[in-house]
Design a binder for this molecule. Sequence first.
Ligand SMILES: [Zn+2]
Length: 319
Amino acid sequence: MRAEKNVSDTFSRSHPIADTVAPHFELAYMTVFRPFAAACCLLLSACALAAEPLLPQLQAYETDDSWRQPVSPFPLADNSWYIGTGTISAVLVKTPQGAVLIDGGLPQAAKMLLQHMHELGVQPGDLKLILSSHAHIDHAGPLAEVKRVAGARVLGNAESAVLLARGGSDDIHFGEGLTFPPVSVDRIIMDGEVVELGGMRFTAHFTPGHTPGSTSWTWHDQHDGKTLRIAYVDSLSTPGYRLIGNPRYPHIVDDYRRTFAVVRALPCDLLLTPHADGSGWTPAVTAAPHPKPMTCRAYADGAEAKFDAELNKQREARR
Ligand SMILES: [Zn+2]
């Protein structure tokens, strides 16, 4: 075993990708790539003319305009504010020791978020913590820029930390299709962990499925002199996901099932979701932003019904 390790160590130093390929790679390189390189030299003009594919970040990610349309910040409770766009949520919670941001939206939302914070009397240096639901471009897109400007610490679980650090690259379902500026997580959080700032306590609930690191957050705020239990519950959708026999996520169905049960039991006087309309909100209509908000139970029930329909469809397709 030791001899094998030494070979591997030597190989690692000369080939950064050694972790993922066998040591036979060197032999393969000699037999395959060298003749190829030689052929390229002989046919230099043809090789030089071969076009590289578009970098994934240059491909358009088309969304409905409402995903990018800023709306004026409005209060959710005494200390919690909606500062996102027409349909993509970003929540700011103010405390005596600084502010907490939960989710940001698409990458181009960074300036809007900082402007909205300014309007609420929160300067960049006042933002202390950044929490998130999941590492997809439409929710984690501007976190790197906001972190750079504000110097806030990003908290997330281990699964999300990996995907955030890769900027969404090598996503289980989307591959390189939906990348965003990578952001490093400064503190790894655990399921059930409570994060505290200025007397506000945010509990992390792991709700994997939509991504392996999907996280929902609950906290207490005050509204009309009463305690309001707020639940920011992650997406429960399956946008184009392979649910059966997915080699990258073998237990995806089990994770969703557990998550539906967790969401049903959350403390939840006020439900918010990363896609605001997913829980009956219309932030674009700031005069009446929540005409028909849902309970956490109804949100989980509706999502599970859609999940079951999709699972059945995929089962039928395999017959
Ligand atoms: Zn997503």
